[in-house]
Design a protein around this ligand. Structure first.
Ligand code: HEM
Length: 406
């Protein structure tokens, strides 16, 4: 099949959102480097996606005005949420990326993150305490969503009294990561979210300038004050990035993982009988139901991929969720197997943008599964037929997950 052949692939189609994997399998088998009618190239092979993540010819510089307009439409440069994106390390190439990431990496030392493990466990226990006697909960609302918000707030230094507003906050920026251009309504919501959180963070930066504390925001504010290494816009955008990345993905690792384990209860039982398999199960869950399904790059120079010649300036999307189920890489890829040896998925990306919070996310998921297996070994789905996925594509997660016990 030629690279531009017609394939029914609509990331907004509810049937696709419910189960994208048959479309991914079809694309990978017939047109592994495929151009969608809306202009982007989609990669479905593990090898190609891996190359896109690690090879410098696949860049991130969306900040050129033409690139922004191509991606977000003619009003791109007037949209606060788009302008905010351009200041995030996630969207920058070196040398800006190196500078921004270097400043934040210092706070993400393995030791500091590992030291959070006990706190994470206590938080998970505390959240469960609130629902134990009810015999049921919505595992998203009551556990998978609040826990990562609490953790990232603690790491950043967002005061406890302010956390409620974040716990209730929306995921308004997510559609901007989707491969299809956002709608006007989505852009409006993202702009509103950016401006509201920007105002909040600026007030918090001011407080930390006056009264420094032992938290990440203080550390970044001091870097900003130390000279020209971090502009105010960059400070705000990267704190926003950390906050959003810190919870919008981890909620889905916990939620998708729990749903997958309870839908295949023999896998839950394997973990119950041998909790030492939990870290491996987290990797397998990341592979099987990747919370981040797609990442984009722009070609800095011509490249040939799987026999398809691609020009400089083309926008490419690596379908991580497809790469993670490539039969050339994984035996029986559509099967969840918590005992699979070294799953090694692409779910945290790779190369210079490899997820900064990967270890934190792994700890959060492992601790939540550990606490649930210990305290509620007989956990089950309360509404097995009710499955409501978020209408987003790049981030894959459930809106609710009713579970019960007792
Ligand atoms: C299961 C949870 C998570 C998943 C699946 C995930 C996935 C990813 C992926 C795929 C990327 C690379 C994007 C690209 O190459 O374009 C990334 C980057 C990033 N992630 Fe995560 N992430 C998770 C949790 C977190 C957490 C908890 C934090 C922070 C506390 C975080 C912070 C970041 C940051 C700052 C970047 C940008 C790094 C850079 O551009 O150099 N992530 N993440």
């Amino acid at each position: 099949m030629p690279a531009t052949a017609s394939v029914h692939f609509d990331p907004r189609d509810p049937a696709f959102v419910a189960n994208p994997y048959p479309v991914f399998d079809h694309l990978r088998a017939t047109a592994p480097v495929w151009k969608a009618p809306f202009g982007r190239w989609f990669l479905t092979r593990y090898e190609d996606c891996n190359l896109l993540l690690r090879d410098r010819r696949f860049g991130k510089d969306y900040t050129a005005p033409d690139a922004l307009k191509q991606r977000f439409g003619p009003t791109a440069l007037q949209e606060p949420a788009v302008v905010e994106l351009t200041h995030m390390m996630l969207m920058r190439d070196p040398p800006d990326h190196t500078r921004l990431r270097g400043l934040v990496t210092k706070a993400f030392t393995a030791r500091r993150i590992e030291a959070l493990r006990e706190r994470v466990r206590a938080m998970a226990d505390g959240l469960l305490d609130q629902v134990m006697t009810a015999g049921r909960m919505d595992a998203i609302r009551d556990l998978a969503f609040p826990l990562p918000v609490m953790v990232i707030c603690e790491l950043l230094g967002i005061p406890e009294a302010d956390r409620d507003r974040f716990v209730k906050g929306s995921t308004s920026g997510a559609p901007l990561l989707d491969p299809r251009p956002p709608t006007r309504a989505e852009l409006d919501a993202a702009n509103f979210g950016t401006q509201a959180s920007g105002l909040y963070f600026e007030a918090l930066f001011e407080q930390r300038r006056r009264e420094p504390r032992d938290d990440l925001i203080t550390q970044l504010v001091q870097a900003e004050e130390a000279g020209d290494r971090l502009s105010t816009a960059e400070l705000r955008a990267n704190v926003n990035l950390l906050f959003a990345a810190g919870h919008e993905t981890t909620v889905n690792l916990i939620g998708n993982g729990l749903a997958a384990l309870l839908r295949q209860p023999e896998q839950w039982r394997i973990l119950r009988d041998d909790p030492s398999l939990i870290p491996n199960a987290v990797e397998e869950i990341l592979r099987y139901e990747s919370p981040v399904q797609a990442v984009s790059r722009m070609l800095a120079e011509p490249v040939e991929l799987s026999g398809v010649a691609l020009d400089r300036g083309e926008l490419l999307v690596a379908l991580i969720g497809a790469a993670n189920r490539d039969p050339a890489m994984f035996a029986d890829p559509n099967r969840l197997d918590v005992t699979r040896k070294n799953p090694n998925p692409l779910s945290f990306g790779g190369g210079i943008h490899f997820c900064l919070g990967a270890q934190l996310a792994r700890i959060e998921a492992a601790e939540v599964f550990g606490v649930l297996l210990r305290r509620i070994p007989g956990l089950r789905l309360a509404a097995p037929d009710r499955v409501a996925w978020r209408p987003s594509f790049a981030l894959r997660g459930l809106m609710e997950l009713p579970v019960a016990w007792g």
